[in-house]
Ligand binder design. Structure first.
Ligand code: ADP
Ligand code: MG
Ligand code: MG
Length: 487
């Protein structure tokens, strides 16, 4: 390990002191359920601490306030978008011509929309709205903070928004670590954060709305899920809220083999009625391994179980939709209060269509001239799919003369506030690094197309990665879990 000493708010810590804090931090993380489980068999279960920063990262308090104050409006906006057939169709019509996965989801959606649009009018969204603090227009710092720091949305997740569980555990770890380092801070600087409880309240609200006390909540998961503990946090919170709500776990494949859709649209798994289907899987092409699995997704969508999310809400989370929402008048179609629209729009980064058109051609030309200023994004989730820097240029060069370009959007690149921290990852030496952070705000929305039943902001996630890494997922191996230290 490097002998670099961390200068923490004017406090010099020796390498020996840092090593001691790291040692204790790992134990504290296990104690607080900040864990991953790479292996579990009937005879052995092995957990280790989740990737995490050693110390919390400074975030201006007004940035968190700004993001949280927008969240209920964002929840509402995305719910409305998901229920606007015309907007979805116009936005995605070119994508589905060339992107097989989006087409598969679109076909499921169309079948439900035309055959049985009202079987279950209520949907549940457990969202995470991700932002970075952009400092590219900031030329200097004032008292250690960048002079201008703009909250910019990276993306809005409508399916399998993860890390609410581990976020619930991490802030206690960071408080402890700072205390171990002898840093003085106010309790309010690391605020309580319990998004797992908030998301569980959403699941409970959906289950109650379904109205059958014996019906269960099914978590759709993948086999050998490393991030199982994050899901268990939700189950635990749901159990604490109401121990009568049964949670069962199923893969899509298991569900395909063991679900029955009754004539009255009730969905049964192993003979048990399902009230709520919570998808922690099903957002990536490789989750749909065979036709049976595709068919079960359609069956689930056609059932009267409440889906979290239904396929239309999953589609609303596409990067293409984010790009279309940035067009003039799009947000204003759904939100009539112009101040709120301005607040939302302030968080939009530049979004550019690459569709075959004169405008699309211009956008491609612009990106090829300055590829380092853009990120090229396909319609994918889960990290590791975007293009940065020189890869933007070479990929655009490859696709610019084909319809394949319709599958992508171009986004202005955000340059987040660089800080320093130790990134702790199981099996790797902790090194003091230049790091950048991404802030996620969790939101819950339950409602039908035009009736709101439940709309809440339920907590935050801070993820931090080495400034050298382009991508950002924790599960994908890039980022670590962090906490904001309000400054
Ligand atoms: P995914 O759905 O796969 O998470 P994202 O749009 O969130 O897709 O991109 C993955 C990661 O790439 C983000 O977590 C972030 O670290 C980085 N990223 C995405 N968009 C930008 C951007 N405009 N500027 C800088 N980094 C970005
Ligand atoms: Mg993301
Ligand atoms: Mg995503």
């Amino acid at each position: 390990m490097s002998a670099t000493a961390l200068v923490l708010w004017n406090k010099q810590l020796s390498q020996q002191e840092i090593d001691k804090i790291i040692y204790k931090a790992k134990q504290w993380a296990l104690l607080h359920g900040v864990q991953m489980m790479p292996q579990c068999s009937p005879t052995t279960c092995q957990c280790h601490y989740a990737p995490m920063t050693l110390f919390p990262s400074p975030v201006p308090a007004d940035v968190i306030t700004q993001a949280k104050s927008l969240q209920k409006h964002y929840n509402y906006l995305m719910h409305r978008v998901a229920n606007d057939h015309e907007f979805l169709e116009n936005s995605l019509k070119n994508v589905v011509q060339v992107d097989e996965f989006t087409k598969m989801l679109w076909d499921i959606y169309t079948e439900v929309h035309t055959k049985k649009p009202n079987t279950q009018p209520v949907s549940l969204g457990l969202f995470r709205n991700d932002y970075m603090m952009d400092v590219k227009d900031s030329c200097c710092t004032i008292k250690g903070l960048p002079a201008s720091l703009n909250l910019k949305q990276i993306e809005f997740n409508t399916i399998a928004s993860s890390f609410a569980g581990l976020s619930t555990g991490i802030w206690s770890v960071h408080k402890y670590n700072l205390s171990q380092a002898g840093v003085k801070f106010a309790r309010s600087q690391i605020p309580e954060n319990r998004p797992a409880h908030g998301l569980a309240l959403g699941l409970q609200a959906a289950w109650s709305h379904y109205g059958v006390p014996s019906a269960c909540v099914v978590f759709i998961v993948q086999d050998n899920e490393t991030n199982l503990m994050d899901q268990k946090w939700l189950e635990k919170n749901l159990c604490d809220i109401d121990h009568n709500i049964e949670v069962v776990y199923s893969t899509l494949l298991y569900a395909a083999k063991n679900c029955i859709l009754k004539d009255d649209d009730t969905l049964l798994l192993d003979g048990k009625e399902i009230a709520v289907i919570y998808f922690r899987n099903g957002y990536s092409p490789d989750h749909y391994t065979c036709d049976e699995v595709k068919d079960i997704r359609l069956t689930m969508e056609l059932s009267k179980a409440i889906k979290c999310p239904p396929v239309n809400l999953q589609l609303a989370g596409c990067k293409k939709i984010q790009q279309e929402l940035a067009a003039p008048g799009a947000v204003e179609k759904y939100i009539k209060d112009l101040d709120i629209c301005v607040g939302i729009r302030q968080t939009f980064a530049g979004q550019y269509s690459l569709d075959k058109s004169e405008e699309g051609d211009k956008n491609i030309e612009m990106a090829m001239l300055n590829p380092e200023k853009f990120v090229l994004k396909p319609q994918r989730e889960g990290g590791g799919n975007n293009f940065y820097g020189e890869d933007v240029r070479t990929t655009l060069q490859k696709i610019k003369d084909s319809d394949e370009r319709n599958a992508y959007i171009l986004m202005e690149r955000i340059f987040p506030w660089p800080q320093k921290n130790y990134l702790l990852k199981e099996g790797k030496d902790p090194i003091l690094r230049d790091v950048i952070s991404e802030l996620g705000i969790y939101g819950v929305y339950l409602g039908s197309a035009d009736t709101e039943i439940y709309n809440e902001v339920v907590g935050h996630l801070l993820r931090t990665k080495s400034a050298d890494d382009n991508e950002g997922g924790i599960a994908a191996g890039y980022a670590t879990i962090d906490s904001p230290l309000l400054v």
